[in-house]
Design a protein around this ligand. Sequence first.
Ligand code: F6R
Length: 624
Amino acid sequence: MCGIVGYVGPQNALDVVLEGLRRLEYRGYDSAGVAVRVGGSGGGQLASAKKAGKLANLEKVLADQPLPESTIGIGHTRWATHGGPTDRNAHPHLSADGRVAVIHNGIIENFAALRAECEAAGVEFRSDTDTEVVAHLLAAVYPELPEGPGRLAEALRAVSRRLEGAFTLVAAHADEPDTLVASRRNSPLVVGVGDGEYFLGSDVAAFIAHTREARELGQDQVVEIDRTRGLTVTDFDGAPAEPVAYTVDWDAAAAEKGGHDWFMLKEIAEQPQAVADTLLGRLGDEGDLVLDEMRLSDQELRDIDKVFVVSCGTSYHAGLIAKYAIEHWTRIPVEVEVASEFRYRDPVLDRSTLVVVISQSGETMDTLMALRHAKDQKARVLAICNVNGSTIPRESDAVLYTHAGPEIAVASTKSFLAQIVACYLVGLILAQVRGIKYADEVAVIVRELQKLPEAVSQVLGQMEPVRELGRSMADAGTILFLGRHVGFPVALEGALKLKELAYIHAEGFAAGELKHGPIAVIDEGTPVVVIVPSPRGRSLLHGKVVSNIQEVRARGARTIVIAEEGDEDVVPYADHLIRVPRTPTLLAPVVTTVPLQVLACEIAATRGYDVDQPRNLAKSVTVE
Ligand code: F6R
């Protein structure tokens, strides 16, 4: 996700801000920019520089055209969401008169309406971002407010009240020599308090080199940092608020990982946010879906008579889950295939085929080749992708971005959950547009989707016994994973995570296949992880999986059972029981996957392996 830095104090702001951005590089970004405020208390100005690509590109621009020394500065590393990763879309964004500079992390859901309002007032936009609208709105509000202390904060409060979605915003004004303001809703922001200086950061890594004294902001709050008046926090209506003070006890390296030992653990912890952000801005007022950004017309969606889902590795497993949901909700046949096979077997495709390609990186060569083949055959291609501006969405007819934020660990976790959610959205929009489901039926499922972030948080809160279990399994020679229905792809994903991280032989099976061969490998003590479907609604399936647990246990397996709360049938057969919240059957993979990620991570760490960079693997596989 975007990195945000702000500074007010006696040091040269540009140096502090650039150093902060360097420390936030781990968050992943595709462009960077800075702005400083120069001049005395009368007649100040803002100066800014921004550039697509790595920080080195920005530093080159700054070397050619240095910015003046200043005591106020803001900096941003951007992870593109609205608008591609270009120079003009990089932050900061300035108001038309150049008096306001804004940086932003998050998604402003109602930006289109606000942009139309600004354009109607004669503003010409210079970027494709949702952020720029904030700079123009602030510039419009500020002159209407009384001069004096707190004016910029009041302007930001007024603008923040009008915004929907998730945002951390930091703003500077040319007329404010000592002040920066920031606001937050559903997006991170921390304040660093130094000796006569103040810092803003998307996380403490931004300022850890200067101070360990931090303040945590609450939801829907605005903070003002001022060289003379210090720190003032209010809610969006101006009521004073007290930020939570804490001392950071991490060093700089740990701070980048948010205090977690591994990026993978940090990314696992970010999953509630990844799921929530992937739903953000896609739900209409009536509980229906609005996926305008997808660029497929209703008629094109109605014409589809067959769906292929094509992807690799973990993204392929998301595709397998998609099949269950899309077929069930739309009654359109869905085939799922690994990209490297799809391309070379001459699949039957035509204009009425929708090919959904799923890729976290957007650069996987196998998937790209499959996409090109599908387009050659005149099929419609929809990309589900996490990296804005990458090749796969660029070459696709339509795109639905997962908003999981950058994934640093090689093993995919939060983007997998976000991909599953995006697949549900594809299934539901097809059902909605084709009239297979009434709006109120779609709304019921959408409401269940909205509960998923909380359900994932609940699972994450109960992971200590799973870690302990992982430590006890570190010497296993083989670990098997069993599931049925949507639990089958989850079993495949659990096995893949374990193989790639812990280098242990692991396999996922459809539980019903067990008796057709795999059961022979079960020996005394072989760990078998079983993903149990809900006993509610799918009772037939549930009973069969309970029988499968008994079968493996009778042959000596050590059973690790993932079952929903209240499922008492599994209790007698579970050597270890991992509970997950009750979730509708089709949505269950979003919660049942999480313990498997944690298990694999813990086993790998116990075996002494580098969890973030497993041997032989690359994050983005750009060869066939
Ligand atoms: C597993 C993993 C890989 C990727 C696969 C596809 O944890 O990360 O299996 O899922 O290489 O990558 P993307 O989604 O970038 O196309």
